[in-house]
Design a protein around this ligand. Structure first.
Ligand SMILES: NC(=O)c1ccc[n+]([C@@H]2O[C@H](COP(=O)([O-])OP(=O)(O)OC[C@H]3O[C@@H](n4cnc5c(N)ncnc54)[C@H](O)[C@@H]3O)[C@@H](O)[C@H]2O)c1
Length: 382
């Protein structure tokens, strides 16, 4: 199927970037938001982004690209002749479901529906439509124009043809599609780090360390950004909604009580001016606050563990998971490469300690690690 016209629904952090990226690749784009002010804000960001790319010689003519982006608050105008629709509205299931049901009545029968959800079931969202075979998860990363990785996830009824068309489409956007063998909450990239979200909240809730102490320790260990700093950057509402979804779909242990308080106070991180940090200027983490009350290896072990559980569930192979994590977080090594530095016994023992200390079953070691068989997964990685 040939894609010429793309409808992007939602003009926020992700929607504006997706529209910009599609227009750079030569597609006619209809960007839709409910409010004119959201469209204006989105277009302002697109314009700034495109002129920056032009000044760096990465695109020839920003105005030419801008000419391919049309805006509307009318759903029908955006969707009626689209070949591909990419939804990027807030991470709230009911809102997405309702929007897809409405679009299904307006869009051409052959139009492919893609959702940029970070966590949710593609199969369940597809049920809003009568085109479950032409419905797919297309998960971009921020900043969209820069990040190469996109996770592609089929729902139970998504056709191979839809997947193929979307792979080809993403290649024209100069993206690297990471295809999951089947869906799971959080897909690969967000899911591998999901238990570390619970751990970092346990650490501050139990008064073991402050967010700044955690971040200083994490940065001192060679990471480019602190864990709470990153959350503030992504948006605490986005993180909160994701954890709420995991609490429902995976385990109540993901319930983000601490974040709920901040979100209700309107502290959403960088975008609202404050979160864990004050964002009136770029927060500076004082590395002298690094503490041995926080062991960075705990986060590493939890990632290896969740990655192993994904392999056990048949979501993806170790090589694909390594690639996804390296692309998404700009790391040199994926979890299965890092795992080579530790013994199964060492990882298993520490995970059991963490599970017991914080009373979290989700920290329990994967069967493969418990049985000392992680080495078998580490073969054929190169
Ligand atoms: N922020 C990230 O880092 C990130 C990364 C990958 C995926 N995602 C996912 O992308 C989606 C959007 O996230 P975001 O960060 O861009 O959110 P955002 O809050 O920045 O933007 C959402 C946009 O949708 C608009 N909107 C709200 N309800 C709408 C509706 N019913 N119909 C049409 N437009 C509506 C809002 O006005 C806003 O412009 C979410 O599913 C999120 O999980 C976010």
């Amino acid at each position: 199927m040939r894609i010429e016209k793309v409808a992007v629904l939602g003009a926020g952090e992700m929607g504006h970037g997706i529209a910009e990226n599609c227009a750079i690749a030569g597609y006619e784009v209809w960007l839709r938001a409910r409010r004119q002010s959201s469209l204006e804000e989105g277009m302002k960001r697109i314009r700034e982004g495109l002129f920056k790319l032009q000044s760096k010689g990465m695109i020839k003519d920003a105005n030419e690209v801008l000419g391919r982006i049309h805006t509307t608050t009318e759903l029908k105008t955006a969707v009626e002749d689209a070949d591909l629709l990419i939804e990027s509205i807030p991470e709230i299931f009911e809102q997405k479901f309702e929007l897809f049901a409405e679009c299904d009545k307006i869009a051409k029968p052959e139009c492919i529906f893609a959702t940029n959800t970070s966590t949710m079931s593609i199969t369940k969202l597809a049920e809003a439509t009568k085109r479950e075979d032409r419905f797919i998860g297309m998960h971009f990363f921020t900043p969209v124009v820069i990040m190469e990785i996109v996770e592609l996830t089929k729902g139970e009824k998504t056709s191979e043809e839809t997947l193929k068309t979307c792979i080809e489409f993403l290649k024209t956007l100069k993206k690297i599609p990471i295809v999951l063998k089947k869906e799971t909450p959080g897909f690969i990239v967000n899911r591998v780090v999901a238990p570390t979200s619970v751990l970092r909240l346990c650490i501050i809730e139990d008064g073991i360390a402050t967010p700044e102490e955690v971040d200083a320790t994490y940065r001192k260990a060679g990471n480019v950004i602190g864990l709470f700093e990153l959350w503030d950057y992504l948006g605490l509402d986005v993180v909160y909604n994701a954890m709420k979804y995991y609490a429902k779909a995976l385990s109540p242990e993901y319930e983000p009580k601490y974040l709920e308080k901040l979100v209700k106070e309107g502290k959403l991180g960088k975008k609202s001016g404050s979160g864990f940090y004050d964002w009136s200027k770029r927060p500076e983490i004082d590395l002298r606050k690094a503490t041995d009350r926080v062991d960075v290896r705990d986060f590493v072990f939890l990632e290896i563990n969740e990655a192993t559980k994904l392999v056990e569930m048949g979501i993806a192979d170790p090589k694909t998971i390594n690639t996804a994590i390296k692309l998404a977080y700009g790391r040199k090594k994926g979890p299965f490469e890092v795992a080579k530095d530790y013994t199964d016994e060492e990882i298993s023992k520490r995970l059991e300690e963490l599970a017991k200390k914080f009373g979290k079953e989700i920290f329990e070691p994967a069967e493969t690690i418990k049985k000392g068989k992680l080495r078998e997964l580490l073969k054929n990685l190169d």
